[in-house]
Design a protein around this ligand. Structure first.
Ligand SMILES: Cc1cc2nc3c(=O)[nH]c(=O)nc-3n(C[C@H](O)[C@H](O)[C@H](O)COP(=O)(O)O)c2cc1C
Length: 199
Protein backbone atom coordinates (compact mmCIF):
# COMPACT_ATOMS: atom_id res chain seq x y z
CA UNK A 1 0.00 0.00 0.00
CA UNK A 2 1.25 3.50 -0.83
CA UNK A 3 2.46 5.37 2.25
CA UNK A 4 1.42 8.92 2.73
CA UNK A 5 2.89 11.97 4.43
CA UNK A 6 1.17 15.30 4.91
CA UNK A 7 3.24 18.46 5.40
CA UNK A 8 1.61 21.57 6.84
CA UNK A 9 3.69 24.64 6.06
CA UNK A 10 3.10 27.39 8.56
CA UNK A 11 5.48 30.17 7.53
CA UNK A 12 4.27 33.36 5.83
CA UNK A 13 7.63 33.41 3.98
CA UNK A 14 7.20 31.02 1.06
CA UNK A 15 10.93 31.11 0.31
CA UNK A 16 11.85 31.34 3.99
CA UNK A 17 13.96 29.19 6.26
CA UNK A 18 11.40 26.66 7.45
CA UNK A 19 10.20 25.97 3.93
CA UNK A 20 13.81 25.53 2.77
CA UNK A 21 14.13 22.64 5.27
CA UNK A 22 10.67 21.28 4.43
CA UNK A 23 11.55 21.30 0.70
CA UNK A 24 14.57 19.06 1.32
CA UNK A 25 12.59 16.65 3.50
CA UNK A 26 9.70 16.53 0.99
CA UNK A 27 12.10 15.72 -1.86
CA UNK A 28 13.62 12.85 0.18
CA UNK A 29 10.17 11.45 1.01
CA UNK A 30 9.14 11.54 -2.66
CA UNK A 31 12.41 9.88 -3.71
CA UNK A 32 11.52 7.00 -1.39
CA UNK A 33 8.17 6.62 -3.12
CA UNK A 34 5.94 8.23 -0.48
CA UNK A 35 2.90 10.23 -1.46
CA UNK A 36 3.45 13.73 -0.08
CA UNK A 37 0.52 16.12 0.30
CA UNK A 38 1.40 19.71 1.19
CA UNK A 39 -0.56 22.67 2.47
CA UNK A 40 0.56 26.28 2.70
CA UNK A 41 -1.46 27.42 5.71
CA UNK A 42 -1.09 31.16 5.05
CA UNK A 43 -2.86 30.63 1.71
CA UNK A 44 -5.79 28.87 3.33
CA UNK A 45 -8.99 29.91 5.03
CA UNK A 46 -8.44 28.33 8.46
CA UNK A 47 -10.45 30.00 11.16
CA UNK A 48 -9.80 29.56 14.88
CA UNK A 49 -11.70 26.95 16.89
CA UNK A 50 -14.72 28.52 18.59
CA UNK A 51 -15.21 25.67 21.11
CA UNK A 52 -18.78 25.08 19.96
CA UNK A 53 -18.16 21.30 20.39
CA UNK A 54 -20.43 20.37 17.47
CA UNK A 55 -17.57 18.04 16.46
CA UNK A 56 -18.11 15.97 19.63
CA UNK A 57 -21.63 14.80 18.79
CA UNK A 58 -20.85 12.11 16.22
CA UNK A 59 -17.90 9.86 17.05
CA UNK A 60 -18.06 8.13 13.66
CA UNK A 61 -16.65 11.02 11.65
CA UNK A 62 -14.42 14.08 11.71
CA UNK A 63 -16.55 17.16 11.42
CA UNK A 64 -16.55 20.88 12.11
CA UNK A 65 -19.34 23.41 11.99
CA UNK A 66 -17.08 25.98 10.34
CA UNK A 67 -17.05 25.43 6.59
CA UNK A 68 -13.58 26.48 5.53
CA UNK A 69 -10.37 24.75 4.36
CA UNK A 70 -10.12 22.65 7.53
CA UNK A 71 -12.13 19.94 5.77
CA UNK A 72 -9.33 19.47 3.18
CA UNK A 73 -6.65 19.47 5.86
CA UNK A 74 -8.54 16.95 8.00
CA UNK A 75 -9.11 14.64 5.02
CA UNK A 76 -5.38 14.68 4.26
CA UNK A 77 -4.59 13.86 7.90
CA UNK A 78 -6.98 10.91 7.82
CA UNK A 79 -5.24 9.55 4.71
CA UNK A 80 -1.72 10.02 6.09
CA UNK A 81 0.62 7.88 8.12
CA UNK A 82 2.87 10.80 9.09
CA UNK A 83 1.99 14.44 9.82
CA UNK A 84 4.79 17.01 9.53
CA UNK A 85 4.27 20.36 11.20
CA UNK A 86 6.66 22.83 9.56
CA UNK A 87 6.52 26.15 11.38
CA UNK A 88 8.91 28.89 12.41
CA UNK A 89 8.93 29.75 16.10
CA UNK A 90 6.88 32.87 16.76
CA UNK A 91 6.81 34.09 20.37
CA UNK A 92 8.04 30.71 21.62
CA UNK A 93 5.35 28.69 19.84
CA UNK A 94 4.05 28.24 16.31
CA UNK A 95 2.56 30.78 13.88
CA UNK A 96 -1.15 31.73 14.09
CA UNK A 97 -2.50 29.55 11.24
CA UNK A 98 -0.57 26.55 12.59
CA UNK A 99 -2.11 27.21 16.01
CA UNK A 100 -5.57 27.41 14.42
CA UNK A 101 -4.93 24.07 12.70
CA UNK A 102 -3.68 22.44 15.93
CA UNK A 103 -6.74 23.66 17.84
CA UNK A 104 -9.18 22.59 15.16
CA UNK A 105 -7.55 19.13 15.00
CA UNK A 106 -7.30 18.55 18.73
CA UNK A 107 -11.06 18.95 19.03
CA UNK A 108 -12.19 17.42 15.74
CA UNK A 109 -10.04 14.27 16.12
CA UNK A 110 -10.31 13.70 19.87
CA UNK A 111 -13.77 12.80 21.12
CA UNK A 112 -12.86 13.79 24.67
CA UNK A 113 -14.99 16.87 25.16
CA UNK A 114 -18.62 15.81 24.88
CA UNK A 115 -21.10 14.28 27.33
CA UNK A 116 -18.96 11.15 27.62
CA UNK A 117 -15.27 10.72 26.92
CA UNK A 118 -14.81 9.01 23.57
CA UNK A 119 -11.85 7.83 21.50
CA UNK A 120 -9.03 9.55 19.70
CA UNK A 121 -9.91 9.17 16.02
CA UNK A 122 -6.29 9.56 14.90
CA UNK A 123 -4.61 7.30 17.41
CA UNK A 124 -1.25 5.95 16.30
CA UNK A 125 -0.49 8.45 13.56
CA UNK A 126 3.06 9.80 13.66
CA UNK A 127 3.89 13.49 14.07
CA UNK A 128 7.13 15.35 13.55
CA UNK A 129 8.22 18.98 13.69
CA UNK A 130 10.34 21.00 11.29
CA UNK A 131 11.14 24.38 12.77
CA UNK A 132 13.52 27.33 12.72
CA UNK A 133 14.14 30.01 15.33
CA UNK A 134 16.36 32.96 16.12
CA UNK A 135 17.60 31.78 19.50
CA UNK A 136 19.67 28.61 19.85
CA UNK A 137 17.20 25.69 19.49
CA UNK A 138 17.32 24.76 23.19
CA UNK A 139 16.08 28.27 24.06
CA UNK A 140 14.06 29.05 20.93
CA UNK A 141 12.19 25.82 20.16
CA UNK A 142 12.09 24.03 23.53
CA UNK A 143 8.60 25.22 24.49
CA UNK A 144 7.19 24.50 21.03
CA UNK A 145 8.61 20.99 21.13
CA UNK A 146 7.30 20.33 24.64
CA UNK A 147 3.85 21.62 23.61
CA UNK A 148 3.76 19.33 20.58
CA UNK A 149 5.05 16.41 22.65
CA UNK A 150 2.17 16.87 25.11
CA UNK A 151 -0.28 17.46 22.27
CA UNK A 152 0.73 14.07 20.86
CA UNK A 153 0.54 12.27 24.20
CA UNK A 154 -2.91 13.76 24.83
CA UNK A 155 -4.10 12.76 21.34
CA UNK A 156 -2.49 9.27 21.39
CA UNK A 157 -0.22 10.22 18.51
CA UNK A 158 3.37 9.07 18.13
CA UNK A 159 5.79 11.99 18.42
CA UNK A 160 8.86 11.34 16.28
CA UNK A 161 11.02 14.34 17.10
CA UNK A 162 12.09 17.63 15.62
CA UNK A 163 14.41 19.10 13.05
CA UNK A 164 15.33 22.59 14.26
CA UNK A 165 17.82 25.02 12.75
CA UNK A 166 18.83 28.45 13.92
CA UNK A 167 18.37 31.59 11.82
CA UNK A 168 21.29 33.95 12.44
CA UNK A 169 19.49 37.00 11.06
CA UNK A 170 18.21 38.33 7.78
CA UNK A 171 21.65 39.48 6.61
CA UNK A 172 22.98 35.92 6.82
CA UNK A 173 22.30 33.20 4.22
CA UNK A 174 20.22 30.60 6.10
CA UNK A 175 20.91 27.46 4.12
CA UNK A 176 24.35 25.86 4.07
CA UNK A 177 25.76 22.39 3.42
CA UNK A 178 25.55 21.34 7.07
CA UNK A 179 21.89 22.27 7.41
CA UNK A 180 21.15 20.59 4.08
CA UNK A 181 22.87 17.39 5.26
CA UNK A 182 21.00 17.45 8.60
CA UNK A 183 17.68 17.87 6.78
CA UNK A 184 18.40 14.85 4.58
CA UNK A 185 19.48 12.80 7.63
CA UNK A 186 16.31 13.85 9.48
CA UNK A 187 14.11 12.77 6.54
CA UNK A 188 15.87 9.41 6.27
CA UNK A 189 15.65 8.84 10.03
CA UNK A 190 11.94 9.61 9.92
CA UNK A 191 11.36 7.16 7.08
CA UNK A 192 13.23 4.47 8.98
CA UNK A 193 11.33 5.11 12.22
CA UNK A 194 7.98 4.86 10.49
CA UNK A 195 8.89 1.88 8.32
CA UNK A 196 8.21 3.94 5.19
CA UNK A 197 11.68 3.25 3.82
CA UNK A 198 11.01 -0.42 3.09
CA UNK A 199 8.36 0.13 0.43
C1 LIG B 1 6.90 37.68 14.73
C2 LIG B 1 8.12 36.84 14.97
C3 LIG B 1 8.28 36.23 16.20
C4 LIG B 1 9.41 35.47 16.46
N1 LIG B 1 9.55 34.88 17.66
C5 LIG B 1 10.66 34.13 17.93
C6 LIG B 1 10.81 33.49 19.21
O1 LIG B 1 9.97 33.55 20.09
N2 LIG B 1 11.95 32.78 19.43
C7 LIG B 1 12.92 32.64 18.47
O2 LIG B 1 13.91 31.97 18.74
N3 LIG B 1 12.77 33.21 17.24
C8 LIG B 1 11.68 33.95 16.96
N4 LIG B 1 11.52 34.53 15.71
C9 LIG B 1 12.53 34.28 14.65
C10 LIG B 1 12.04 33.25 13.64
O3 LIG B 1 11.65 32.07 14.28
C11 LIG B 1 13.13 32.92 12.61
O4 LIG B 1 13.55 34.08 11.94
C12 LIG B 1 12.66 31.88 11.62
O5 LIG B 1 13.78 31.28 11.00
C13 LIG B 1 11.75 32.44 10.54
O6 LIG B 1 11.36 31.37 9.72
P1 LIG B 1 10.78 31.52 8.25
O7 LIG B 1 11.87 32.11 7.37
O8 LIG B 1 10.44 30.13 7.85
O9 LIG B 1 9.56 32.36 8.33
C14 LIG B 1 10.40 35.30 15.43
C15 LIG B 1 10.22 35.91 14.19
C16 LIG B 1 9.08 36.66 13.94
C17 LIG B 1 8.90 37.31 12.58
Amino acid sequence: MEKSIVIFRGSPRIRGNTNALADIAAACFREEGCRVTEFDLYGMDLRPCTACRECQKDWSKISCRQKDDFEKAAAAVQESDVIILATPVYSWYCTPPMKALLDRMVYAFNMYYGEKRGPSLWEGKAVSLITTCGYPPEKGADLLEEGIRRYCRHSRLRYLGMLCERHMGYRTEFMDDEKRARAVAYAEHLLEMTGLKDL
